[in-house]
Design a binder for this molecule. Sequence first.
Ligand SMILES: [Zn+2]
Length: 396
Amino acid sequence: MNRREWMTLSGTTLAVRRAVQAQPPSSPTRGSQAASGGLPLEQYQPKSMLHVPETHVPRSRFPVIDFHTHITGVSRRDPNRIQFGMDPSNCLAVMDRKNIRTMVDVTGGYGDGLREALAKLSEAHPGRFIVFTEPAWTRASEPSYAKLQAGLIEDAHKAGARGLKILKTLGLYLRDPGTNKLVRIDDPRFDPMWDTAGALKMPVAIHISDPEAFFLPIDRFNERWEELHAHPSWSFHGKDFPGNRDLQEARRNVMRRHPRTQFVCLHVANAEDLPYVSECMDSHPNMNVDIAARIGELGRQPRMSRKFFDKYQDRIVFGTDASADSNTPQQIFGDALYEIYYRFLETEDEYFDYAPAPIPPQGRWRISGIGLPEQILRKVYRDNAARLIGLGLDAG
Ligand SMILES: [Zn+2]
């Protein structure tokens, strides 16, 4: 259910109001509701009264590789097929306006689907699109899976795939049919897959876990209450889900066991806990991060983030997680999305929106820019990703 549907469902709104009214009289929720004249939270769109510089950054200072986009996705009906969520010619128009040299379509699937993505993207527009492959999750419980999956990675590489994408399926959704138990991220059946990717110099773009608030109760103390209320299925609180740190540590086991494989931990690995991410980066030289869909987190701790970019400037890549999914306004592909990222990276503007949306979708706060110097910008925008993917820097 998206935000608009939620707002128009009066039954849901009533249920929320009743829950609020059920609070004891001393509760701060009830007091603030009375003071606001009953303004429902979902209608509250405060405008900042700060008089601060607003820099418009229509184009990036240097050409960009967007390392993390979803132009295609594996078909729900047939995992051997893909669907296009975005039209390549529309992508190219935005890319030209925004100074994006290359978009990496991470969810290229495998088999026939992958071949279609390669034909319509990287083969039709050389240098402008790169396609990654994905594991055949539906076959993960077959007895010969370990070998079979390594073979599929080799086939994908031969066909033209340049990296491997792991969705958070691993760790949070993939279950063994016999026991119905979640498959561990560091399960040995994946070892040949990680090794093959490393041997073929295919970086592994790996999304593990989710924001910490998704592992906590959806209550008035949860800083992402609105987002979780609109999308209850995004919560991993309770049931048999491992904790956020357990998932992170399982990924560390994988990076430790496969030192010759380059891992790009998506969404800054765990953007809310940069001290922990730094500790991981220090102990695993094969660990890199992208910043996709997490400038909301980085930009609300701009001083800590700036230090992080200084220290790990050779291992951070630009990514947005751009897609056509209206459930995630912080990721909707288009000019507005890129302008916010550029403003965050290039300026020292303060207190601006991290998403092109009337209400901050990942939590009610705003961000400040980190004003990176040119030599770091160049690496983050393009050079680090080019090195990981194996693109010549002079290739245009
Ligand atoms: Zn993504």
